[in-house]
Design a protein around this ligand. Structure first.
Ligand SMILES: Nc1ncnc2c1ncn2[C@@H]1O[C@H](COP(=O)(O)OP(=O)(O)OP(=O)(O)O)[C@@H](O)[C@H]1O
Ligand SMILES: [Mg+2]
Length: 406
């Protein structure tokens, strides 16, 4: 019930339900879950009541027995009245701890179930683990290298716990291979661009670099070292990434920016906002940097959100930058502005840029055309255009089509 509430009552979820959902269907689904929670609650309460009642009954009967038998023997003179009263008193003393024990039984049973789950979570081995002898990257310009990388996303039962999910949603089928032998190299300071159809595997390549997943075959290297031999800290310090969805926490703009570098000064924050062409907007907000954004706060537009994530990247000043479709939401004017800012930010840094708009990557040192998990073409803008292959095709659909339509 909790999962459903978090999903459906979050801002994007609620919008979706309003736009497409069938309200009656949603509430009946919620009613089904609520009914199950209620039934479990009722069952627990009934079990507890039965225990307590049974115990009360037993102790009342025992007391009656003591008085009855005791009285009988006292009348016959085989037992004195004082002993009977003492026995009855002792029995009532026994009775209250027994009642407490009966209710404890229910508590212990539910606690045991919780323990089981807690230990299940604690025992779960993380998919990605740092090696005990992991090394740190030296603070120098860093190259990026993919060497015959093959990769399939792990199946759901490897990345989640069955008892935390609805069992039906977990399947153990191994994923299909998404990357089928990707090799390329970006020298320190170079910009490598990835283009290709949707679903080709571009974002997957970007996710392997910060070691969000481990490759199945081949190797991903940062500064010549396999990422599996590096410490998580040094990977974090080296890489900066702007993801496709640009998530922000429900917190102030300042806090969202400081995530990248907690010790940044006010001046540095404003500098990065200016370079991401966002300073004017933030200045115009009544609360400025303290404006709360995210889920329930001030809702930035898609483009503003992306510029904020770019500002966060500029603040972090990583040595390797990954941009996943970072300029997709921007209109032509702000795209040009952010391009300037990015050019400045990318200067001297190694960059992997994923773009659908080919205008953003003309200057790349190397352009890889990725289709179906393979690099099908590579070269610079000029050589690829001259070759007249897939890149030239993509280029002409983007730049010629509007002209024909007009
Ligand atoms: N977490 C995941 N688990 C399983 N499969 C995934 C996961 N993420 C992506 N995929 C699959 O991997 C393939 C490549 O996805 P990827 O996100 O890398 O594409 P992309 O090239 O970035 O596409 P786009 O240009 O639309 O962003 C797709 O077929 C997708 O369905
Ligand atoms: Mg993508």
């Amino acid at each position: 019930m909790g999962t459903q509430m978090t999903e459906r009552f979050s801002a994007p979820g609620a919008t979706l339900v309003k736009l497409f959902g069938r309200p009656a269907h949603e509430s009946s689904e919620f009613a089904v879950r609520a009914r199950r929670v209620r039934d479990i609650g009722v069952r627990t309460a009934v079990t507890q009541a039965v225990f307590v009642t049974a115990l009360t009954l037993v102790s009342a009967l025992a007391l009656a027995l003591v008085y009855g038998l005791g009285g009988f023997y006292a009348l016959r003179g085989e037992l004195d009245a004082g002993s009977v009263v003492a026995l009855a008193l002792l029995l009532t003393r026994l009775y209250s701890p027994l009642t407490a024990l009966a209710s404890a039984r229910v508590d212990v049973m539910s606690a045991l179930v919780s323990f089981e789950r807690v230990f299940e979570v604690l025992d779960l081995k993380p998919l990605i683990q740092e090696k005990p002898d992991a090394q740190a990257l030296p603070d120098a310009p860093t190259s990026v290298e993919f060497d015959q990388v093959r990769f399939a996303y792990p199946s759901a039962d490897k990345v989640s716990l069955a008892s935390l999910e609805e069992v039906a949603t977990l399947d153990s089928r191994g994923g299909v291979e998404v990357l089928k032998g990707i090799s390329f190299r970006a020298e320190p300071g170079q910009m490598v661009a990835l283009v290709g159809s949707s679903g080709a595997g571009k974002s997957t390549i970007a996710q392997l670099l910060p070691r969000l997943y481990d490759v199945d075959e081949g190797a991903v290297r940062l500064g010549g070292v396999d990422v599996r031999d590096l410490t998580a800290d040094s990977i974090r310090d080296t890489l900066g990434m702007v993801t496709q969805d640009g998530h922000l926490f429900h917190d102030s703009i300042r806090a969202n920016l400081l995530l990248a570098r907690p010790e940044a000064t006010e001046e540095e924050i404003w500098d990065s906002l200016r370079r991401a062409r966002l300073a004017d907007l933030i200045e115009s907000l009544p609360d400025g940097l303290d404006t709360v954004v995210g889920e329930r706060g001030y809702r930035l537009s898609g483009g503003e959100r992306q510029r904020l994530t770019i500002a966060r990247l500029l603040l972090a000043r990583p040595r390797v930058v990954i941009l996943d479709e970072a300029t997709a939401h921007l209109d032509s004017t702000s795209e040009a502005a952010v391009q300037e800012a990015l050019a400045e930010a990318l200067d001297g840094r190694t960059a992997i840029v994923i773009a659908h708009r080919l205008s953003t990557i003309r200057a790349a040192d190397l352009i890889l055309v990725v289709e179906d998990g393979r690099v099908v073409e590579q070269g610079t803008h000029a050589t690829l255009l001259a070759e007249g292959g897939r890149y030239a095709e993509l280029h002409s659909t983007q730049f010629d089509a509007p002209a024909i339509a007009a």
